[in-house]
Design a binder for this molecule. Structure first.
Ligand SMILES: [Zn+2]
Length: 225
């Protein structure tokens, strides 16, 4: 095993604990993967293993067609979707999937989350879009993710009647997008329950997004670090 794969096994296993820490997953649902840079490979969660039992050693290494290269267990049942995204979007280094409650409630209604919050403008640059309904297995979920997010600022898509998929330059960025997606989905839900949220001017959303993505944070470090 290469040093890179060992490091990514460790990182992907550890990042799964963020999904439970932020309450984004129930039972064994949800998964994180990372592309192995420069290789036709990814590291992904095994299927049906308790979050408490995830470790670097039981992460699965697959090629970008979803075929297992290293690992004794079956890979996540969402492996085909992750693999499709990596094949279609070379800039993506990490993918996360959850059924986090509030975001998935928006997905159940097939409604994108309008941008009424500065935090959403920062992270998502506007609305969080809805993707098509797609059955698991085959490439339909992957195609829906790529079709919705290609050319979109949002790193998160609400797959209709299903849940959240997020992308990032690496797995940590995709996990952050999943955490922030649920956070803004919850606030947007509460704001809607209280009445009609106030609109934000498109120019303000653009300015917030630009500042957060390009200026915010420690100088020389990625946004939000
Ligand atoms: Zn799912």
């Amino acid at each position: 095993m290469s040093e890179t794969v060992l490091r990514l096994r460790e990182q992907v296993a550890t990042l799964h604990s963020e999904l439970t820490r932020y309450g984004l997953v129930a039972w064994t649902a949800g998964n994180v993967s990372a592309r192995v840079p420069g290789e036709n490979l990814m590291v992904i969660k095994p299927s049906g293993v308790s979050y408490d039992d995830l470790s670097p050693a039981n992460m699965i290494v697959c090629d970008l067609n979803g075929t297992v290269v290293e690992g004794d267990l079956s890979p996540s049942s969402d492996t085909a979707a992750h693999a499709y995204v990596y094949r279609a979007m070379p800039e993506v280094g990490g993918v996360v999937h959850t059924h986090s409650t509030y975001a998935t409630a928006w997905a159940a209604r097939g409604e994108s989350i309008p941008c009424h919050l500065t935090a959403q403008a920062d992270e998502f640059g506007g609305e969080i879009p809805v993707g098509p309904f797609a059955l698991i297995g085959g490439d339909d979920i992957g195609k829906g993710i790529v079709a919705t997010l290609s050319g979109h600022r949002s790193p998160a898509v609400l797959m209709r009647n299903h849940g959240v998929f997020t992308i990032g330059k690496d797995a940590k960025a995709a996990v952050k997008a999943a955490v922030m997606c649920e956070d803004v989905a919850r606030t947007a839900h509460l704001a809607r329950a209280l009445g009609q949220p106030l609109p934000m001017a498109a120019a303000d959303v653009d300015a917030l997004y630009d500042r957060y993505q390009n200026v915010y944070g420690q100088s020389g470090k990625p946004a939000g670090s």
